[in-house]
Design a protein around this ligand. Structure first.
Ligand code: NAP
Length: 276
């Protein structure tokens, strides 16, 4: 078994994830795994970094596929005996003008952004080594979408005692409410992406709390963040940040020094803790 530290970035064949891998290759003292659902796109991305003189390793990972997540889990367990850095970056967003019915957008978006990310956490968080760092890439849109929720929902999402099961129930309820055409009346905002990212931010707060309760002595730090508005296939060419600039906050959180005890369980943008 290798004692080399290991970092994994989900959805990193392009965009912000690719830039996070590039930065980690330069700054992380260990093996960095670029992962992609499509091995062809993943290997191509690894080759691109190689041309820049950087060495990333590749492992397949489709966060929508539990078998794929578990294959990565088993690989990490066997080869490294755990994991030091996990960046949950993979995500999707329907384009503003997409004509898919809102209920379809809700189900598909929540499936990857919330349930896929949660499944990765469920399988990989138990592998985190002491002083491990976990970064869940959320979005400022999670904050604005929270503001668009009913007072009752806002209270639940801001609660310091909400459980993961309660959060999962709420995310499922959103999808069901869109199918019944009652999401407005039930106090949900009109954004599937926003609700999926509320899920990611709240999940991060819950997971950080659980780490405090169960593994306090392991000094693991887990946070959600917004990379900013970044020029990628998702956000388009008009966005203000380059992918490398978008990677800065996630990488800062991934490389928090071993003597740091904060931030933890926070929502961070531009390397600054934001109120939730
Ligand atoms: P992007 O260029 O569209 O890249 C998304 C990445 O996620 C791609 O590598 C994609 O792989 C991968 N992915 C999607 N579904 C996946 C799955 N089921 N399993 C594994 N990988 C999957 O988007 P981006 O702008 O870099 O976004 C990265 C993250 O930042 C997302 O979580 C996004 O919500 C968040 N974010 C972005 C912005 C922004 O302005 N760009 C702002 C706030 C937050 P394929 O190539 O196979 O599709």
């Amino acid at each position: 078994m290798s004692s080399v530290p290991v970092a994994v970035v989900t959805g990193s064949n392009k965009g912000i994830g690719f830039a996070i891998v590039r930065a980690l290759c330069k700054q992380f003292p260990g093996d960095v795994y670029l992962t992609a659902r499509d091995p062809g796109r993943g290997q191509e991305a690894v080759a691109k970094l190689q041309q820049e003189g950087l060495r990333a390793l590749f492992h397949q990972l489709d966060i929508d596929d539990l078998q794929s997540i578990r294959a990565l889990r088993d690989f990490l367990k066997e080869k490294y005996g755990g994991l030091n850095v996990l960046v949950n970056n993979a995500g999707i967003a329907f384009k503003v003008h997409d004509t898919a019915p809102f209920a379809v957008q809700a189900e598909v978006t929540l499936k990857t952004n919330f349930f896929g990310t949660r499944n990765v956490c469920t399988e990989l968080l138990p592998l985190m080594k002491p002083y491990g760092r976990v970064v869940n890439v959320s979005s400022m849109v999670s904050s604005s979408a929270l503001g668009g929720c009913s007072q009752e929902l806002q209270q639940k999402f801001r609660s310091d005692t909400i459980t993961e099961e309660e959060l999962v129930q709420l995310m499922n309820k959103f999808v069901e409410d869109t199918k019944k055409g009652v999401h407005d009346r039930e106090g949900w905002p009109n954004t599937a992406y926003g609700v999926s990212k509320i899920g990611v931010t709240v999940l991060s707060r819950i997971q950080a709390r659980l780490l405090n309760e169960t593994r306090k002595g392991d000094h693991i730090l887990l946070n959600a963040c917004c990379p900013g508005w970044v020029r990628t296939d998702m956000a388009g060419p008009k966005a203000t940040k380059s992918p490398d600039e978008g990677a800065e906050t996630p990488v800062y959180l991934a490389l928090l020094p071993s003597d740091a005890d904060a931030p933890h369980g926070q929502f961070v943008s531009n390397k600054t803790v934001r109120p939730w």
